[in-house]
Design a protein around this ligand. Structure first.
Ligand code: SF4
Length: 357
């Protein structure tokens, strides 16, 4: 009897091992990466953005208390590219392998100084080493900062994190092992300062936690703020309304960070249609249209002018993030015949802060 069952058990075991190996290989592959223009120290440069693969958004896991495929996010839905933690727990070691692999791929551009900024993101989670998870732990951070510090031309590390993860402890872990002259920039997804937008997004944004994060950034040497804002959330249909919301949100954020004396980069992100979101439903019904690229440029133009007029000297630069991180299936503002010309203007703006039309 035992002999007869043996082959079946053996085959099952082999299949399980193979599937574990496949998941491990996937966990060692970043979700997405790209290079784009940025301005660093008033000079045109390039950043390498790496979206780390993970077990999904820890905030959604905690609040929805549901398996990965049932967690509802009204907005980013990065979770579609994540690995179900019940199948495989992504570890710090895996994530360090993702970083190593991507840096190696771009080694020439990093070594010759073309790329001078590394940006790491993953569902607001990269600074979350407090959760009971195996991801983004101290091992990851020590390894990552040592790896990045080896490249003399790297001048900035941008790390994305929800406000509650921007603690003194998480900042100190990075700052203490990152080369001293590499500026650390903490990227927080505020999205909008309009309460209706924040409530609808269900991202759990808290003003108190944001202020606390600002305080921690202010107390950390050579560390600044990067705030992500949306252009055209669902609540603002008319062009004037969504431009005004984005500009107002930027000025509100600058007002707050100025109080803490923090240098701040404002990053605007035109909405795109991510799968399985509320926005996708509206878009398919014809009840939502994407923001236009001229209006995206207008947001940058007005923010720049008003920040100067209102004395926000803490504005370090404005960035227009056009990446959909491969999530939109071409349902984004770049999918028009006119887009190429505007994208060139945007790329030029990101590198120089000059708007030419
Ligand atoms: S938008 Fe925020 S809360 Fe929603 S899945 Fe993305 S990172 Fe998580």
């Amino acid at each position: 009897m035992r002999c007869k069952r043996f082959p079946l058990l053996f085959i099952t075991l082999v299949l399980q091992l193979q599937s574990n190996e496949c998941l491990k290989a996937l966990a060692r592959t970043p979700q997405y990466f790209e290079t784009t223009n940025v301005q660093i120290d008033n000079e045109p440069s390039k950043r390498l953005m790496i979206v780390c693969r993970s077990n999904g958004c820890a905030y959604k896991r905690l609040t929805d208390k549901l398996p990965l495929d049932q967690q509802v996010c009204q907005h980013c839905n990065f979770n579609v590219e994540a690995i179900d933690p019940n199948l495989y727990k992504v570890s710090s070691e895996d994530q360090l392998a993702q970083l190593t692999l991507t840096l190696e791929k771009f080694r020439t551009q990093i070594e010759n100084g073309e790329i001078r900024e590394i940006t790491l993101l993953s569902s607001g989670n990269v600074l979350n080493n407090t959760a009971k998870s195996t991801e983004f732990g101290t091992d990851f951070w020590i390894g990552a900062t040592q790896l990045i510090s080896k490249y003399p031309h790297i001048k900035k590390l941008v790390v994305e994190g929800r406000s509650e993860y921007v603690t003194r402890e998480s900042l100190d872990t990075i700052r203490n092992s990152l080369r001293e002259d590499i500026a650390l920039e903490i990227s927080i997804g505020v999205e909008s300062t309009n309460k209706k937008v924040l409530t609808a997004l269900k991202k759990g944004f808290s003003q108190a936690l944001f202020s606390n994060a600002l305080q921690n950034i202010a107390e950390t040497p050579n560390t600044s703020l990067h705030v992500n804002l949306l252009i055209k959330p669902i609540q603002f249909e008319s062009e004037e309304a969504y431009i005004s919301d984005a500009v107002k949100s930027a000025l509100d954020v600058l007002e707050q960070s100025k109080a803490f004396g923090i240098s701040t980069r404002i990053a605007f992100h035109p909405m795109f249609i991510a799968p399985e979101t509320q926005l996708e439903v509206l878009y398919r019904r014809g009840d939502y249209t994407l923001p236009t690229l001229p209006s995206v440029l207008e947001v940058a133009r007005r923010t720049q002018a008003q920040a100067i007029a209102e004395g926000y000297t803490n504005l370090s630069s404005i960035f227009i993030g056009m990446s959909d991180e491969n999530l939109s299936a071409q349902r984004n503002s770049t999918n028009t015949t006119e887009a190429k010309r505007y994208l060139e203007i945007i790329q030029h703006f990101n590198a120089t802060q000059e708007l030419s039309e």
